[in-house]
Structures are given as C-alpha cells and as structure tokens.
Design a protein around this ligand. Structure first.
Ligand SMILES: Nc1ncnc2c1ncn2[C@@H]1O[C@H](COP(=O)(O)OP(=O)(O)OP(=O)(O)O)[C@@H](O)[C@H]1O
Length: 254
C-alpha cells in the first residue's frame, strides 16, 4: 500500500495524563482520511505532533518518506494546516492576510490568487477580514492552508461553529481537493455524519487510543457484523466509543 503518512505508536503524555496513546495511523496517498473522536479524544494533539507544534513523548512518524524528527523542516514544507480557529489581522483584507503568510512561506503572488480561487473567495479578497462571515473566515483559513498547493493538508475540525449550509460548503470544498490537485487530506471531526460523506478511510480515536482504522467500506462491514445497519454509521461510531468507555470504567474498578 502506498502510504504518504504513517505514525508508529505515537504517544503524548502531559505529566501522568496520556493524551495520545500508542497511535499508529496509515494514511494513503491521495485519500481523505477522517480522524474521528469525541471531544478530548486527542485528535488535535496528534495533529499538533505531526506539525511539530508539540513533541511526542514516544513514537515517531514518517511523512512522504521523510522521518520525524530528522527531517522535521522538510516535512513541514509539505504540509498545509488549519489548526483550531485560525486568527487573522481583522483590519487587513483577506488578500492581505494571505499575502503575509505567502511571504513567510516564500511563495509567489499568484499563489494568493490561486488559494482565493480554490476556496471561492476571489470576489471578496479585498474585503476586511473583520467583515467576513464565520463561513468566509473558515474559508480564508483553508486558503491559508492551501497556499502553494501543499501535497498534504491537515485540517482540524474546519467546520466547527458553522451552520448547516456552511458545513456543506466546506465539506464539498475539502472533498474536491484531492482531485483538484492530487493532495492527501487528514481531517478531524467529532461527528461521523460530517466525515462519512467525504472520507475514503477513517480512524476512530477515544481517550487517546485508536479503536478502529479502515476504509469506509470496512466500517460498513463492521456495522453489519455488529448488528447495525450499514446506513447508520453514527450509531456504530457511538457504540464503539461507548463500549470502550464501559471497558475503561470496568478496568478502573479492578
Ligand atoms: N497542553 C496540555 N496540557 C495538558 N493536557 C492537555 C494539553 N493539551 C491537550 N490536553 C488534554 O489532552 C486531551 C486531548 O485533547 P485534544 O485537544 O487533543 O482533543 P481533541 O480530540 O482534539 O478534542 P476536541 O474535539 O475537543 O478539540 C484532553 O483531555 C486535553 O485536555
């Protein structure tokens, strides 16, 4: 299998609390990988480790045949990211905000126009960021991630706080990206309904542990074998998490 990103027993501990626990991910080149888990599961922490924003306590990862930590800088050059709510200079336009990132990344001016175009913000590029709606701010954040068309995108809950039509819009945009320019997307969410429409593969995280990894079809198969219907995967997700929580409580009592 042609994986562009793999992690091996990636672990993050804060004092005696384990936020990410021996997570081994396998992300296929050109795929959309949905990273799913309830609040506090460890999705952001995992993504921050992949972006070099926090150091793993244990484990390592490989991105495009480059190994962390030795190739840290060249890994970062290949990743566009959207982590938490991106912040912008409110009194600068969308275009000016992107231009600041563009200069830091040493890209060309045309990359700003390309990114605005990819997210459908070209006609609003000269509007001040503070006048953007929430959906437009999220799109501007995505445009920042897309500057220079990086081969890998790491998107942490890019639909957070959006209304249903905003969610639909961002979902369609993300879904179109691998075919638009051949990138790979790792996208997190706490809602399966958001992920199942766009992801090829899925990893389910709970309390820092990876409980399931496979294709959406694997998950449908798993659903049928476990007595669920294949068209109600949200229930399967919740039951996988619930089962793990019950097991954790049982172990804690022993
Ligand atoms: N700097 C930190 N110090 C201590 N604990 C932390 C720190 N950062 C994260 N955690 C804890 O690690 C766990 C995982 O947090 P994380 O933000 O990765 O989860 P998440 O799956 O992204 O959740 P959400 O969907 O709510 O963003 C949480 O219990 C969180 O409180």
């Amino acid at each position: 299998m042609d994986y562009i990103m793999t992690t091996e027993q990636l672990t993050k501990k804060y004092k005696n609390f384990t936020s990410v626990n021996n997570v081994s991910l396998h992300i296929r080149k050109g795929s959309i990988y949905g990273f799913l888990g309830p609040n506090g599961a460890g999705k952001s922490t995992t993504m921050k480790m992949l972006l070099g924003l926090t150091a793993p306590t244990k484990g390592n990862f490989t991105i495009d045949n480059k190994q962390f930590p030795a190739d840290r800088i060249s890994i970062l050059k290949e990743i566009g990211s959207f982590i938490e709510a991106p912040s912008f200079y409110a009194n600068l336009t969308g275009r000016e905000n992107l231009d600041i990132i563009r200069r830091i990344l040493d890209l060309s001016k045309t990359d700003v126009e390309d990114a605005l175009d990819l997210v459908g913000l070209t006609e609003f590029g000269d509007r001040l960021a503070k006048k953007y709606s929430l959906g437009m701010k999220q799109r501007l954040g995505l445009a920042g991630a897309l500057l220079g068309r990086p081969p890998i995108l790491i998107l942490d809950e890019p639909t957070n706080g959006l209304d249903p039509s905003g969610i639909h819009e961002i979902r369609n945009l993300v879904k179109s990206l691998p075919s638009l320019y051949n990138c790979t997307v790792l996208i997190s969410s706490h809602m399966l309904s958001e992920i199942e429409l766009i992801a090829d593969d899925i990893g389910i995280l709970n309390h820092g542990r990876l409980l399931f990894e496979g294709s959406m079809n694997d998950l449908r198969q798993y659903a049928l074998q476990s007595g669920f219907t294949a068209d109600n995967l949200e229930d399967v997700f919740l039951s996988i998490v619930e089962k793990d929580n019950t097991e954790r409580k049982r172990r804690a009592r022993l």
